[in-house]
Design a protein around this ligand. Structure first.
Ligand code: ZN
Length: 378
């Protein structure tokens, strides 16, 4: 058993001072109020590790460009510097061969119990061309048996698939859900009826709320209205203050609460690496400050990390710290149906992060093992 003395700890409900945290075999065994002088000190705020359901890259690498176990490992390591303890590497629209390679790499990670890898997110290729963003219009296509077979593999851990409901039928969504796939709606121009039919068929998420989806108009409520209004769905939000206006972030929070609004990074290779220009399809992605765009100005993912997303939501948008933290951990855990992660309580995985007062990451633990900032004076 390892004992820690957390000067502050958030347990998913409230922030407590001077907590003794006991960890054994990667699992939290106790939360007590009587720290001992021999306990390992954790000076700062201890909270559940962040869970990112949309990560395209990190550490200078993109999952699409090198879909291998090595890439997955490096992306995860880059994001753990910013508090991420679990993630879904995310494959942007691509051909079948790349989809197979990505799935095989994830299956390998799952078999090896690679720390922090929960499964995979396929963002596309069954999307709307007018709302494609940086996805290749050549690869956007109808859902065939080949893709269905990949999505329904049972060796991939948690599988999220983003689809545009106007191009994927309710019956296909039902079939995916019955195979255990978590269906998220996005990159879509759907009207309200089509969006609601997809939710009735079992879709449970919206991918990067407000971005690349039909907006809210007086007589055409569209995807945004369904996302904000329907209590059955959880929405991902890119809170980098570039993708979504802070006012809209607060509006979404008012509609969904922390319970159905989760922070995602949609990160590209730039997180945890010095990348200025990134080759992309037949063009390239340019970084200007924290903004990533194609040369024509189209937003191209983010350079956001989870700790910054929490900080933006709390410090810049005025959302309570407890809610902001849950939006980065408990909400994505529930969305993925991971009942052993997302908060610090007895019986949960010992995935936690230590933050300073400005919410910078001081250390990150996965299954009780410190994976970043080892040896740092805490
Ligand atoms: Zn996207």
């Amino acid at each position: 058993m390892t004992f820690y003395h957390a000067s502050r700890l958030f347990d998913g409900q409230c922030i407590r001072d001077n907590v003794r945290l006991s960890v054994e075999n990667g699992v939290i065994r106790g939360l007590d109020t009587n720290p001992q002088s021999t306990d390992l000190p954790l000076k700062g705020l201890v909270t559940a590790g962040f869970i990112d359901t949309q990560v395209n890259g990190g550490g200078g690498l993109m999952f699409n460009q090198q879909p291998s176990l090595t890439t997955i490992r490096k992306i995860r390591q880059a994001h753990s510097l910013f508090g991420t303890t679990a993630m879904l590497p995310t494959l942007i629209t691509d051909n079948l061969a790349i989809m197979q390679q990505a799935a095989d790499a994830i299956a390998e990670a799952i078999v090896l119990k690679e720390p922090g890898i929960l499964g995979i997110h396929f963002e596309g290729p069954h999307l709307s061309i007018p709302k494609r963003g940086i996805h290749s219009s050549h690869e956007i296509r109808p859902l065939s048996e080949e893709e269905m077979a990949i999505f329904c593999r049972q060796d991939l851990g948690k599988v999220v698939v983003t689809v545009a409901p106007e191009n994927v039928s309710a019956a296909q969504i039902s079939e995916l859900v019955s195979c255990g796939v978590i269906v998220s709606l996005g990159h879509s121009n759907a009207d309200i009826d089509t969006a609601l039919q997809a939710i009735d068929a079992g879709a449970s998420g919206f991918t990067h709320l407000f971005n690349a989806m039909s907006g809210l108009a007086a007589r055409n409520p569209g995807m945004v209205a369904a996302a904000l209004h329907d209590p059955r769905v959880t929405c991902g939000l890119i809170a980098d203050e570039l993708h979504v206006h802070p006012y809209n972030c607060r509006l979404a929070f008012q509609c969904k609460g922390w319970q159905n609004l989760m922070l995602v990074t949609d990160a590209m290779a730039h997180v945890g690496a010095d990348v200025e220009s990134l080759p992309w399809l037949d063009t390239h992605i340019i970084r200007t400050g924290n903004k990533l765009t194609l040369p024509d100005g189209t937003l191209a993912g983010s350079a956001l990390d989870m700790a910054s997303a929490v900080s933006n939501i709390h410090q810049n948008m005025g959302i309570a710290l407890e809610s902001a933290l849950n939006m980065a951990s408990l909400t994505p855990a529930r969305f993925l149906d991971c009942s052993d992660r997302g908060k610090i309580s007895v019986g949960m995985q010992a995935d936690f992060v230590l933050l300073d007062d400005q919410l910078n990451t001081l250390g990150c633990w996965i299954g009780g093992v410190q994976v970043t900032h080892e040896g740092a004076q805490i």
